[in-house]
Design a protein around this ligand. Structure first.
Ligand code: MG
Ligand code: ZN
Length: 216
């Protein structure tokens, strides 16, 4: 009985995710679901990426956090429209929550909507939010074995961003190993290396995002 209920919830989520995607498509908004562990550098990556866009796209953000609005305040400082979701304990976002949060945004004013999911490499993998692309963020200090240990989140992602690459000389992180694991799990995925606080790798990532939005 419990298994049936869980399946029903996922089915309802998938249906609502399709509705979310249809609304985004109708408005011409490209949507990215950003997943990764707490502390992977997701918000710092977004700050650098938006700066790197140099006005070529109009971004907006939905920030998912268990509590507080620390990240949303950082995004707001950039002049980027942002809606904060507080899940009050829930460890992932779902399509229902995104549908509600999207009511707070004007899609006519947005080219790319970035959803920063709850920091979590496990159950965020199971919930389609209605995005067009899922980006998984992994920082160098987390280790190069994470795709092997948490395959689902990597397998379902379209792009891997390796962050904090300025720390590579201080660790035994093997970027070739995680890249090979990612390519095995998601052969068509693209892989970028970024040191967001220094700006390394940000221009090519920003150019890639502009290309993605213009060619869809
Ligand atoms: Mg964050
Ligand atoms: Zn969860």
């Amino acid at each position: 009985m419990k298994i049936v209920a869980a399946k029903k919830i996922l089915k309802a989520n998938d249906q609502l995710a399709e509705e979310n995607r249809a609304k985004l498509n109708a408005a011409g908004v490209f949507c990215i679901n950003v997943v990764g562990s707490p502390g992977a550098g997701k918000t710092t990556l977004l700050e650098a990426l938006f700066d790197g866009l140099d006005g070529r796209l109009r971004p907006a953000v939905i920030e998912g956090d268990i509590a507080g609005s620390i990240d949303a305040e950082r995004i707001e400082k950039l002049g980027v429209p942002v809606v904060q979701i507080n899940t009050q304990g829930a460890c992932h976002l779902d399509a229902v929550t995104i549908a509600a949060a999207a009511d707070g945004l004007d899609y006519a004013e947005i080219d790319v909507l970035v959803i920063e999911n709850i920091g979590n490499l496990v159950c965020t993998a199971g919930f389609d939010l209605g995005e067009h692309l899922r980006m998984v963020v992994l920082s160098v200090p987390e280790g190069d074995d994470k795709a092997a240990k948490y395959p689902a989140i990597f397998q379902g992602s379209d792009v891997l961003i390796i962050t904090k690459t300025d720390l590579l000389p201080h660790t035994n992180f093997d970027a070739d190993r995680i890249t090979a694991d990612m390519k095995r799990l998601a052969p068509r995925a693209e892989v970028f290396q970024v040191a967001a606080m220094r700006g390394d790798g940000v221009p090519s990532l920003a150019d890639w995002l502009v290309g993605k939005c213009k060619t869809r």
